[in-house]
Design a protein around this ligand. Structure first.
Ligand code: PDD
Length: 299
């Protein structure tokens, strides 16, 4: 049986359903106005990685958008765990989306007390042993045309979808977004990092210009515990191209080396020693047996 044909289980507004049979109204404000937020939580070894931080960020996004109503956090935690179990996810992710709901009309003005639409599904996916994590990715720069509140994890992802599609059309693996001032903001669905020739690890500071990545945060903790230092500052596209190493972080790719930017090869063109070290530290932090799961980090 193909994966599509298998009854993948999702959850919509309190009910577990076969994913193909999940139904949401076309009047849903998420569909009409992108009036919703989402989270993607990685699963490794059947464990949800940093679910607490993802739910904290979800609640923050909802507060910033003045939703007024919060989903029941305990229920969300429970559904995360159940979807992982019911879908047999060892390695993959859980997707969670909360919108301001459906009211049978197209009214720009949001209701005072929304009836939320909550949708969740789980998907198996390799996170550690992937060609990108092993060999690195080639990225292209794309102008960052998003709105001014990138700190909110909004489902309004058209700019990101277009950037990633452009990257594919241009023969690359992914896109990094560049603001009009020439500074890199972040990846299309990841945070962006560079390593200078002096071994300095640099990533942009948190602000409304980027999403405060959970993987980014976890890496600060994990590196900090080992006495590693990260410099939080903005860097230009030119600086990124002159870097000796670079990588992206996200729940869907964990730590993904970048070996080429706009056709400019970084360092040796292979994932560098600092990036390998960061991968090793992160994989260890999520409970992976690195020698078995990612022996290539040592090479
Ligand atoms: N995206 N920046 C952007 C714009 C993102 O979309 C993401 C994650 C990140 C990294 O955040 P985290 O480490 O919490 O995953 C940064 C998810 C994975 C997605 O859209 O699929």
């Amino acid at each position: 049986m193909t994966r599509q044909a298998m009854a993948r289980q999702a959850w919509v507004n309190g009910v577990y359903v076969a994913a193909d049979e999940a139904r949401i109204s076309p009047f849903d404000r998420g569909f009409l106005f992108a009036d919703g937020v989402y989270e993607v939580t990685a699963v490794y070894g059947g464990r949800l990685i940093d679910m607490g931080r993802h739910l904290d960020r979800l609640e923050r996004s909802l507060r910033e958008l003045k939703f007024g109503t919060m989903p029941d956090r305990h229920e969300l935690e429970e559904v995360h765990r159940t979807l992982v179990a019911h879908n047999g996810i060892d390695e993959g992710y859980v997707y969670l989306q909360v919108t301001r709901g459906a009211y049978g009309a197209r009214d720009f003005v949001a209701p005072e007390t929304p009836r939320l639409t909550i949708f969740m599904f789980a998907e198996p996916r390799a996170l550690i042993d992937t060609p990108s994590a092993r060999n690195g990715t080639r990225i292209v720069s794309v102008p960052d045309i998003r709105w001014a509140r990138r700190d909110i994890k909004s489902v309004g992802l058209l700019a990101q979808a277009l950037a990633k599609t452009e990257a594919k059309v241009r023969g690359a693996d992914d896109a990094w977004l560049v603001a009009p001032d020439g500074f890199v903001t972040e990846g299309a669905s990841s945070n962006a990092w560079i390593v200078t020739k002096d071994g300095e690890i640099i990533t942009r500071a948190i602000s409304n210009m980027i999403l405060a990545g959970v993987t980014r945060h976890a890496l600060f903790d994990a590196l900090g515990q080992r006495g590693g230092k990260i410099t939080e500052r903005s860097f230009t596209l030119e600086e990124a191209k002159a870097a000796v190493e670079a990588f992206s972080t996200a729940a869907t790719g964990l730590v993904t080396p970048v070996v080429e930017i706009d056709g400019v090869v970084l360092g040796s063109g292979r994932p560098g020693a600092v990036t390998r070290g960061v991968q090793k530290i992160y994989y260890t932090a999520i409970g992976a047996d690195v020698a078995k799961a990612a022996p290539w980090v040592e090479t």
